[in-house]
Design a protein around this ligand. Structure first.
Ligand SMILES: Cc1cc2nc3c(=O)[nH]c(=O)nc-3n(C[C@H](O)[C@H](O)[C@H](O)COP(=O)(O)OP(=O)(O)OC[C@H]3O[C@@H](n4cnc5c(N)ncnc54)[C@H](O)[C@@H]3O)c2cc1C
Length: 281
């Protein structure tokens, strides 16, 4: 088992150099890197960043499993969003503040919608009740953009996951929240969320994630051809905003992978844009 994203601890373990310093690690990576000036895809990006050995150990198999597409056919940003560090920070992202809501996301959302002006209707497809809803001001749509337009330009492809949950009679079943299996098994990763939620309980649950082409839309697939199709839908969406005050916001409506913090920022920006528009009316 190796720490990931790749950091100094990973490099020491992988290259069996327990005393490797940051400067030596930089020189080592420099000797491993393939000289590709302008990486055009995820494979070239990773090869130019860490070289072939680390690419094959950590990225190639995982990416093939996760996307069902070779890294050379995926945009550089897919593998590029994972940091490589020359210090011993093993955390996934570089943000200064890394927190979850004190009482969890469910409680956070419950409080956000706890207002007599908000009516919540769950388990309904927007398309089925679209005609019944007469917005007084505007609509914010968070479903898939191609679905909104009845797939008239074709379907945007999505990657989905099948989750299997396994209960274990153990306080903890794995040493950390997430283990990626780059080169073994059909699942990409196992997640023991208890490491994050910090419940005290004699049992634990591990989720096994199996990537699928079919199922709920989870990840937009970042390829040029998909971006072109999305751009065409975006033109329709912009017209819909202008003519019918429908705002498209979020990962499904904008066909873009957002982390939670990014999508919250996106929602606030959309709100501010709308506020500005209506304040000037
Ligand atoms: C498997 C997975 C793991 C993730 N892990 C992380 C992580 O570890 N850290 C992190 O920061 N981010 C993670 N994310 C990303 C995070 O979940 C998203 O950024 C966030 O949920 C996006 O918010 P959203 O409002 O855009 O979309 P969503 O949360 O998907 O909300 C869209 C809403 O629209 C509703 N909707 C869609 N179509 C219709 C319709 N026709 N009628 C009515 N309602 C409809 C849906 O039911 C849903 O409630 C993960 C995402 C996935 C898929």
């Amino acid at each position: 088992m190796f720490p990931f994203p790749i950091n100094l601890l990973t490099l020491r373990q992988f290259f069996k150099k327990p005393d490797l310093t940051a400067e030596e690690a930089e020189a080592l990576l420099e000797s491993k890197r393939e000289k590709i000036a302008n990486p055009a895809n995820s494979e070239e990006f990773v090869l130019s960043r860490v070289g072939r050995e680390l690419y094959e150990a950590f990225y190639l198999g995982y990416t093939l499993k996760q996307w069902g597409i070779h890294p050379r056919d995926l945009a550089p940003s897919v593998c590029g969003r994972i940091p490589v560090r020359l210090n011993t920070d093993e955390r996934y992202v570089d943000h200064k503040y890394q927190v979850t809501p004190a009482d969890g996301f469910t409680e956070m959302f419950r409080k956000m919608i706890d207002n007599p002006n908000i009516e919540l209707r769950l388990g309904l497809d927007y398309k089925e009740i679209r005609q019944q809803i007469k917005p007084e001001v505007l609509t914010i749509y968070t479903g898939p953009v191609d679905e909104y337009f009845d797939y008239k330009l074709g379907r945007l492809p999505w990657r989905s996951l099948h989750f299997e949950f396994k209960e274990e009679a153990l306080e903890f079943a794995q040493p950390c929240v997430q283990i990626n299996y780059s080169n073994d098994f059909d699942y990409t990763r196992t997640v023991e969320i208890k490491h994050v939620t910090q419940q005290k309980h004699p049992y634990t649950v591990i989720s096994y994630e199996y990537p699928r082409a079919e199922g709920d839309p989870y990840y937009p697939i970042p390829r040029d051809v998909n971006k072109q199709l999305y751009d065409e839908y975006k033109l329709l969406a912009d017209t819909e905003t202008k003519e019918n005050n429908v705002y498209f916001c979020g990962r499904l409506a904008e066909y873009k992978y957002f982390n939670t913090d990014e999508v919250l920022e996106r929602a606030l920006n959309t709100f501010n844009l709308i506020k500005e528009r209506y304040e000037h009316k």
